[in-house]
Design a protein. Structure first.
Length: 201
C-alpha cells in the first residue's frame, strides 16, 4: 500500500508541475487551433470564388448597330445625315459583318463646293448611294489589326479599297488621295466603324 500511495503521489506531483498537460487545457488549445483553421479556409474560399466570378464575367455584347454608332458620334453627323437621306439606311442597320470607313464632317467639308452640291442634291441620290457603298465592306468585321499592307477590301459599290501601312498609320486608297484611318470607334452589333479623314472616291 505504501508503495502504491507513493506512486500516486508522484504522478500527481508530475501533473501539478506541468499544468499545460491537463486534458482541459489541451482540449481548449486544440479547439482554438481548429477554429482558426476553419476561419482561414472560409476566407480563402470566399476570395477564390470572388476572383473566379470576376474573371468569368463576359463583356456585354454591343447593343448599338453600325448606323446607331455613326449617329452617336458628333464628328460623323454629315455622314449620318447623308445615310438617312438614302434608300440604303437598312443596310447600315441590319446587314451583318460590316466594316464601315466613316469620313468625318471635316472630310466632307474638304470636298469642292461643286462636288458637295452634286452628291447631296436629292436628284442625284443614286450617286450618293454609290459613294456611301464604296465606304462599306461585307467581307467581315475588320479591326485595325486585320488590315495589312497591300490588302484590297472589296466594297459594296463593287470596287476595292487599297490598304497601305505607312509609318505605323493605316492609309486607304493611297493612289486616290490617301485617306488615313484615324481611329476605330468601336464594334457594333453588326460590324465595326473606322473613322477616316478623307472621303473615298
Amino acid at each position: 500500500m505504501l508503495e502504491g500511495e507513493q506512486r500516486d503521489e508522484g504522478s500527481s506531483d508530475s501533473t501539478s508541475r506541468r499544468p499545460w498537460a491537463s486534458p482541459r487545457i489541451i482540449g481548449a488549445v486544440l479547439g482554438g487551433v481548429l477554429l482558426v483553421l476553419v476561419v482561414v479556409a472560409v476566407v480563402l474560399s470566399a476570395g477564390s470564388e470572388g476572383t473566379a466570378g470576376a474573371s468569368d464575367v463576359a463583356p456585354a455584347p454591343p447593343t448599338q448597330n453600325v448606323l446607331e454608332l455613326i449617329g452617336s458620334q458628333p464628328e460623323l453627323s454629315t455622314l449620318f445625315n447623308a445615310i438617312s437621306e438614302t434608300r440604303i439606311t437598312g443596310l447600315f442597320a441590319l446587314q451583318s459583318n460590316l466594316t464601315v470607313f466613316a469620313p468625318t464632317n471635316a472630310a466632307f467639308e474638304a470636298l469642292s463646293p461643286i462636288t458637295r452640291q452634286r452628291i447631296f442634291d436629292p436628284a442625284n441620290i443614286e450617286e450618293l448611294e454609290f459613294l456611301l457603298k464604296y465606304h462599306v465592306s461585307t467581307a467581315g468585321a475588320l479591326y485595325s489589326q486585320d488590315l495589312r499592307d497591300d490588302d484590297r477590301i472589296r466594297t459594296l459599290e463593287g470596287e476595292s479599297i487599297e490598304v497601305s501601312l505607312l509609318e505605323g498609320a493605316i492609309v486607304l486608297d493611297r493612289s486616290h488621295g490617301r485617306s488615313r484611318v484615324l481611329q476605330l470607334v468601336k464594334a457594333g452589333s453588326n460590324g465595326v466603324v473606322h473613322i477616316i479623314d478623307r472621303v473615298l472616291a
